[in-house]
Ligand binder design. Structure first.
Ligand SMILES: *[C@@H]1O[C@H](CO)[C@@H](O)[C@H](O)[C@H]1NC(C)=O
Ligand SMILES: *[C@@H]1O[C@H](CO)[C@@H](O)[C@H](O)[C@H]1NC(C)=O
Ligand SMILES: *[C@@H]1O[C@H](CO)[C@@H](O)[C@H](O)[C@H]1NC(C)=O
Ligand SMILES: *[C@@H]1O[C@H](CO)[C@@H](O)[C@H](O)[C@H]1NC(C)=O
Ligand SMILES: *[C@@H]1O[C@H](CO)[C@@H](O)[C@H](O)[C@H]1NC(C)=O
Ligand SMILES: *[C@@H]1O[C@H](CO)[C@@H](O)[C@H](O)[C@H]1NC(C)=O
Ligand SMILES: *[C@@H]1O[C@H](CO)[C@@H](O)[C@H](O)[C@H]1NC(C)=O
Length: 344
């Protein structure tokens, strides 16, 4: 870039000198020639001013506008998002993103602070984006301990993540671009990022149910009173890893509470998750359902979030999200009931 500019300037000076020579030759001995000889420095100044008049708008208007335009055109994709160490006021966030640009400029984007928000809302948190050299494809890793800018907005964001097949996050900030020897250019960084959500945990299933009973032996109830254990299979179509803490869900059949289930230290990873659950259920009520309305032992179960607790503290942003989502599952308790000798 600098080389090119030097070359151009040299070229213009050279062509200017040769035109000077022509003028000198044509009007040899004339007044103009004497004028030129005496005021050659004035010509140089005028030339310099003309060059500046042309260059200044290019440097201060056209190039920054082009840079902003190309930045606008670039896309940002989140390839991984890890949310760990949750506390009531903040999280540890690791975002791995890929920026793509077809621009022929490859500026350095200065480190800046960017707000993340759901469109039209205030930001739920701010991240520090590190200095980045923009290439056709650039991986940008943002890793911060963050405090929420607004807990209410973060709650809404998590509801959107939970309930959507795909959703949009806005990333906004102001930064400066460095391009060769040009003055730094102020630009707005506004990106719209489309991501996959948890899609209401569609496809959730419960398997390997086992009823625990008695005070001793291999099948005794757990110390917290859990009398039903099993595995929960949860598909996570997003790129998000979420540390949800100790999660409890309410279980109900036909609107009647039959108990709660705990997923201890629940870390939801991208892809299919299989996690252990332990439930405390009202066995007498389940038995009643099986002997009256659901004699095939397939219980139409509603599962809805109750709490999400880490280090003894409620994570209200996850709690609101899981409470807003009811999962319906036809749960076959027949094999577990038979194995426990409760039904034939
Ligand atoms: C860049 O995008 C913003 C909207 O995000 C728009 O207001 C602005 O005019 C765009 N600038 C250029 C140079 O395209
Ligand atoms: C859930 O798991 C049970 C037991 O493994 C299986 O029989 C059932 O087909 C599964 N349901 C769905 C919707 O995948
Ligand atoms: C998750 O499990 C479903 C059903 O068992 C399967 O169709 C899907 O391919 C699995 N996805 C991944 C990422 O393994
Ligand atoms: C079975 O269904 C009937 C009619 O829907 C209802 O009145 C009754 O309470 C149900 N029994 C149980 C145990 O829920
Ligand atoms: C959570 O479960 C407990 C019973 O373990 C119940 O008393 C409480 O009301 C539930 N809370 C919510 C919000 O569902
Ligand atoms: C979940 O609960 C268990 C038992 O109370 C506790 O040991 C563990 O630290 C809790 N996990 C988190 C993330 O708080
Ligand atoms: C424990 O439960 C399994 C099935 O879940 C059963 O096969 C076994 O006999 C039970 N053991 C005792 C001591 O009840």
């Amino acid at each position: 870039m600098e080389h090119k500019a030097d070359h151009l300037a040299a070229h213009e000076v050279a062509s200017n000198r040769s035109s000077d020579r022509e003028v000198v030759q044509r009007k040899r001995g004339g007044k103009v020639s004497r004028h030129c000889k005496r005021f050659w420095w004035l010509d140089l100044i005028i030339l310099a001013i003309v060059i500046l008049i042309i260059l200044i708008p290019i440097i201060f208007v056209a190039i920054p506008k082009k840079a902003q335009h190309d930045l606008n055109q670039s896309t940002l994709e989140v390839t991984s998002q890890e949310v760990t160490s949750p506390s009531p006021n903040g999280i540890h966030l690791k975002l791995v993103t890929t920026a793509k640009s077809s621009s022929k400029f490859h500026p350095t984007i200065e480190a800046f602070r960017a707000g993340l928000s759901i469109e039209g809302k205030e930001p739920f948190l701010y991240v520090n984006v590190p200095e980045t050299k923009a290439e056709a494809e650039t991986e940008i890793v943002v890793e911060n301990d963050v405090t929420f800018a607004s807990l209410d907005q973060f709650i809404d964001y998590n509801k959107v993540v939970m309930g959507s097949e795909s959703f949009v996050v806005n990333m906004d900030g102001k930064t400066k671009l460095k391009l060769g020897g040009l003055p730094r250019m102020s630009v707005n960084y506004n990106k719209i990022i489309t991501m996959k959500g948890l899609n209401k945990l569609n496809g959730l299933n419960i398997t390997d149910l086992k009823i625990l009973q008695g005070l001793t032996g291999e099948n005794k109830t757990l110390s917290d009173g859990s009398n039903l254990i099993g595995k929960i299979i949860i598909p996570n179509p997003s790129v998000m890893l979420l540390d949800l803490g100790n999660v409890t869900m309410n279980l109900a059949i036909d609107g009647k509470a039959i108990g709660t289930t705990l997923i201890p230290n629940f870390i939801l990873k991208p892809g299919n998750n299989t996690v252990s659950m332990q439930s405390t259920v009202n066995k007498a009520l389940i038995f009643q359902f099986i002997s009256t309305n659901y004699t095939d032992a397939i219980l139409p179960t509603d599962i809805v979030g109750n709490s999400s607790i880490a280090n003894g503290e409620h994570l209200t942003y996850y709690e609101n999200a899981i409470k807003s989502n009811t999962i319906h599952l036809d749960l076959n308790v027949g094999p577990a009931m038979k194995a426990a000798g409760l039904i034939q």
